[in-house]
Design a protein around this ligand. Structure first.
Ligand SMILES: Nc1nc2c(ncn2[C@@H]2O[C@H](COP(=O)(O)OP(=O)(O)OP(=O)(O)O)[C@@H](O)[C@H]2O)c(=O)[nH]1
Ligand SMILES: [Mg+2]
Length: 201
């Protein structure tokens, strides 16, 4: 099953990007938030390298399904350079990719359910809003790590984040499949609109 998913390439500069207009779905968030793990669950294949050491993914890594669409594993932020001021500059390559690439379909920003939106995340959200990039969606990862006593409080905070930013929210965990199923369904629906009815992988 799913042998149609494959690692396409890794890019360190604009010239290294795939040279076509296949739709791309970005997964981004702080180092260690669970981007690569989520990609592996979504693709049902162990394509993305995961690690307990933060900052593992350094380049843009492209995983592709047939010739239909791609998932892009973004380099985690907030590990090597924690900003002292409230202003950080997006890496030039990342900024150019986000502003110039016309085939970006959606951006999924991941946050650890235990920590929600940290100052560095807020900076990234603001940068994306300023760049007027495509559709942004929020994913709260590691739901299994939220303590039972904290769950109600965290759920309320996530709900208010959803309202404040007016974003679609997903909850995921490597220990539970329902959140992943909903996220995969959302990808299917997005691709239905893009390429035709009833797309499934
Ligand atoms: N308990 C639990 N652990 C998780 C979950 N998702 C990821 N992890 C663990 O968190 C660690 C980091 O996961 P990665 O998927 O490598 O994180 P990443 O965001 O790709 O990290 P970088 O590439 O370094 O930015 C690994 O040890 C994963 O096993 C989850 O839902 N629950
Ligand atoms: Mg990674």
């Amino acid at each position: 099953m799913n042998s149609e998913w494959f690692f396409l390439k890794e890019a360190h500069s604009l010239s290294g990007l795939p040279n076509d207009d296949i739709p791309e779905y970005i997964f981004w968030g702080r180092s260690n938030v669970g981007k690569s793990s989520l990609i592996n669950l979504l693709t049902k294949k162990n394509l993305a390298k995961t690690s307990k050491t933060p900052g593992r993914t350094k380049s843009l890594v492209f995983f592709q399904y047939k010739k239909i669409f791609r998932i892009v594993d973004f380099p985690g932020y907030g590990f090597s350079h924690i900003p002292k001021k409230k202003v950080i500059k997006l890496d030039n390559f990342i900024e150019s990719y986000l502003t110039k690439r016309e085939n970006i379909e959606k951006i999924f920003l991941l946050f650890d359910s235990r920590h929600l939106i940290k100052p560095i995340d807020k900076i990234i959200i603001d940068s994306l809003l300023e760049l007027q990039t495509n559709d942004i969606n929020f994913v709260f990862t590691k739901a299994d790590k939220v303590k039972a006593l904290e769950k109600e409080k965290i759920d309320k905070e996530i709900e208010s984040i959803s309202k404040k930013f007016n974003k679609k929210i997903f909850h995921t965990s490597i220990k539970e499949s329902n959140g992943i199923l909903l996220l995969r369904k959302f990808l299917h629906q997005s691709l239905d609109i893009k390429i035709g009815k009833n797309f499934k992988y």
